[in-house]
Design a protein around this ligand. Structure first.
Ligand SMILES: Nc1ncnc2c1ncn2[C@@H]1O[C@H](COP(=O)(O)OP(=O)(O)O)[C@@H](O)[C@H]1O
Ligand SMILES: [Mg+2]
Length: 131
């Protein structure tokens, strides 16, 4: 917590090692999180523990809204089967009050970069879910 510009994002980038992706950044010294040296930790574990919510959404541009939401669940194998995936994505979008917009395609819920309409993806998902 703290006012804008006080260094919140920077400290998070240090803790989850995203700082290393900045070409201008130099990294030295040691950082401990809960007593553990972050450079000894598995990077994925570390980033699961130290997550960032970015001010500007960063959807993967060539994926639909549905697929963007589904990605984390798929990669982490958190769902069994398409029906559960669909339900979890739907529930997440409902909690964010985006489901109706995405479902009815009244307007794009992601940045303009997301070209493929989400409803198209949902239509494609549909028959397989009912199968
Ligand atoms: N410990 C620090 N010492 C010097 N500059 C810092 C430090 N932490 C952050 N900054 C710089 O301050 C600016 C704002 O930091 P940022 O992390 O974006 O703040 P916040 O997320 O709280 O708005 C950035 O330019 C950043 O490089
Ligand atoms: Mg910030």
């Amino acid at each position: 917590m703290g006012p804008s510009g006080s260094g919140k994002s920077t400290i998070l980038r240090v803790l989850n090692r995203l700082i290393e992706l900045y070409p201008e950044a130099r990294v030295s010294g040691e950082v401990y999180l809960d007593g553990q040296n972050i450079f000894d930790m598995n990077l994925m574990e570390l980033r699961r523990k130290v997550q960032m919510i970015f001010q500007i959404p960063n959807p993967i541009p060539n994926l639909s809204i549905f697929e963007n939401v589904a990605l984390g669940l798929k990669l982490n194998r958190l769902v069994r089967g398409r029906r559960e995936l669909f339900e979890r994505v739907k529930s997440a979008l409902e909690k964010a009050q985006l489901w109706d917009e995405v479902k009815e395609q009244t307007r794009h819920a992601c940045r303009q970069a997301v070209r493929r309409p989400a409803t198209e993806a949902l239509r494609r998902e549909g028959p397989r879910l009912r199968a």
